[in-house]
Ligand binder design. Structure first.
Ligand SMILES: NC(=O)c1ccc[n+]([C@@H]2O[C@H](COP(=O)([O-])OP(=O)(O)OC[C@H]3O[C@@H](n4cnc5c(N)ncnc54)[C@H](O)[C@@H]3O)[C@@H](O)[C@H]2O)c1
Length: 290
């Protein structure tokens, strides 16, 4: 199935950039959130990312400034914002990117089932939840699939195409092909908690969280040492601030519920989430983002 038009639901940390990736490959995309402000933040993000990508190409003399300006206009022009599912009536593929909470996801899937054409594939960007439970909220469980981008979506190549219990082979093929159409590298995986990448990543980062908590270490010093050692481009606490503390906490809790104490849930992170300090998106997390 070729995707002629797509939609993204949720214009937060991931949604704006996912819409940008889709629009960059030439496919028109509708971006929906619950408030106009949030939609605009997503649209702005898509514009910023495109501008930065083309500024680099101009600097490397791969395109002229005039070509860059035209591309910026064309790419951002393919993204339409809505708060009301306007423009969902003729989409072929939807990526849901709302908060990592099953009740929110199920409500969105139920709505998507009503507003999209019957042939449309409903995909979730979930980091760890069961696609099958989202599919249960629809009348087309065979057309529901996981489609997991990584942060930042405009740069990271991988997409995990996640098979739910009722996902059809046709849907898996179509999602794999769409990932390639938007110039990503798909891998197929089962819907075990954390799928492949987050299960590995969180198991490693868990140990850093655990030791920091047990020994009362300073998170900034831990980050600095990890970065200086060259083990990772940035420390795990700073990375968590960028990803969103609520999202990371839910993934860690889900892995802990499923696999026990070898996945650590950081009390410090939990406290920050309870206080509404979710990282860069709220201006404060482990760090102050001013
Ligand atoms: N943050 C990451 O690094 C990352 C990486 C990969 C996957 N994910 C997954 O992507 C999904 C979204 O994560 P995020 O970090 O972008 O979250 P976020 O909190 O930054 O953004 C979620 C957006 O969804 C909107 N929203 C809530 N209910 C909605 C509804 N009913 N309809 C439309 N929009 C609605 C919110 O207003 C918000 O703008 C989660 O499932 C998460 O696990 C996140």
């Amino acid at each position: 199935m070729f995707v002629f038009k797509a939609a993204v639901v949720g214009a937060g940390t991931m949604g704006g950039e996912i819409a940008q990736v889709i629009a960059s490959s030439g496919v028109p995309v509708v971006l929906k959130d619950v408030k106009q402000d949030f939609v605009e933040t997503g649209l702005r993000k898509a514009e910023e990312v495109t501008r930065a990508q083309y500024a680099r190409l101009v600097e490397k003399e791969k395109v002229t400034q005039e070509q860059a300006d035209t591309q910026l206009e064309e790419i951002t022009g393919r993204i339409t914002g809505t708060t009301e599912y306007e423009g969902f009536g003729d989409v072929d593929f939807v990526v849901e990117a709302v908060p990592e909470r099953m009740p929110i996801k199920q409500a969105v899937f139920e709505e998507l089932d009503e507003v999209t054409p019957g042939h449309a594939i409903l995909a979730s960007n979930t980091s760890s939840l069961a696609v099958t439970e989202m599919a249960d909220a629809t009348s087309r469980p065979d057309r529901v699939v996981g489609f997991h981008f990584f942060y930042p979506a405009s740069m990271m190549r991988l997409i995990e195409v996640v098979e739910g219990e009722e996902t059809s082979e046709e849907t898996l093929q179509a999602a794999t092909t769409f990932a390639q159409q938007i110039r990503k590298t798909p891998i197929r995986c089962g819907e075990g908690p954390g799928f492949v990448v987050n299960r590995i990543l969180i198991s490693a980062v868990s140990e850093v969280w655990r030791v920091t908590d047990e020994q009362g270490l300073d998170v900034k010093e831990v980050d600095e040492l990890i970065q200086q050692s060259g083990t990772a481009p940035m420390g795990p606490f700073y990375l968590t601030d960028l990803l969103g503390l609520d999202t990371v906490l839910h993934v860690a809790e889900h892995l802990n519920d499923s696999h026990g104490d070898r996945f650590f849930v950081s009390p410090a992170m939990k406290e920050l989430v309870e206080a509404g300090d979710l990282g860069q998106k709220t201006g404060k997390g482990f760090y102050d983002h001013g």
